[in-house]
Design a protein around this ligand. Structure first.
Ligand code: SF4
Length: 208
């Protein structure tokens, strides 16, 4: 099934467009465009983050690649054998990984309008994944963006680290704090608590 992806020159969000233009001048060798999700659309697992990081996905053009958060995710996916030892994110892996907002936002903070604008792309990814069983959301914004896709109220699905929500008959959502350097250094999220997320994820998929 073909999913709706943002065009390379998507300019729906004026503020983000202006911001990327500045980055193109400052970092001409960076990707500096909307970053699409990666991984098989046939997967049972979707991982949703916030938005590309300046020197991570915005530099490489691949979600969760090239920065601190990426290392955290990759090492844990390897622990549960969802990635092989030297494997990088690719279109054939058995999960998909994407962001709620596809363009780099200033201070990693997309505004509500931008979140709503970009939700159609996340929605298309979710609806295109016919085998989808579980969505791992990294942080509150990813959690709320997935609820928007499913037309659920935030008040009915409170964000809670390691909590599994039943979104509909066939789809669950597992919450985790975002594995940003900030969250780790401020101890909002410990390495052990983040590791637990992946073992829980694996257990949920095995027992589905
Ligand atoms: S954030 Fe999404 S909707 Fe906005 S310009 Fe980028 S790709 Fe387009």
């Amino acid at each position: 099934m073909k999913i709706l992806e943002p065009k390379i020159n998507c300019n729906i969000c004026n503020r983000l467009n202006s911001y990327i233009k500045v980055q193109r001048k400052k970092f001409p060798h960076f990707f500096n465009n909307p970053v699409r999700g990666i991984g098989s659309i046939e997967s049972q697992l979707l991982i949703v983050g916030l938005a590309p990081g300046l020197k991570g996905a915005n530099r490489t053009g691949i979600p969760f690649t090239g920065d601190y958060s990426s290392k955290m995710i990759m090492s844990n996916l390897k622990k549960i054998k969802y990635l092989k030892k030297n494997e990088r994110f690719n279109e054939n892996m058995k999960f998909r990984i994407t962001n709620a907002v596809k363009c780099l936002p200033p201070q990693n903070k997309p505004n509500l309008e931008e979140l709503k604008n970009c939700n159609k792309f996340l929605s298309s990814e979710v609806k295109g994944m016919k085998n989808l069983k579980i969505i791992l959301t990294l942080g509150l914004i990813a959690h709320q963006s997935v609820l928007r896709v499913f037309k659920k109220k935030n008040s009915d699905f409170k964000f809670k680290h390691l909590f599994v929500h039943q979104l509909d008959k066939t789809t669950k959502m597992l919450n985790s704090y975002h594995c940003s350097k900030y969250n780790i250094s401020t101890k909002r999220l410990s390495l052990i608590e983040f590791e637990k997320v992946f073992f829980k994820l694996d257990k949920e998929l095995v027992n589905f």
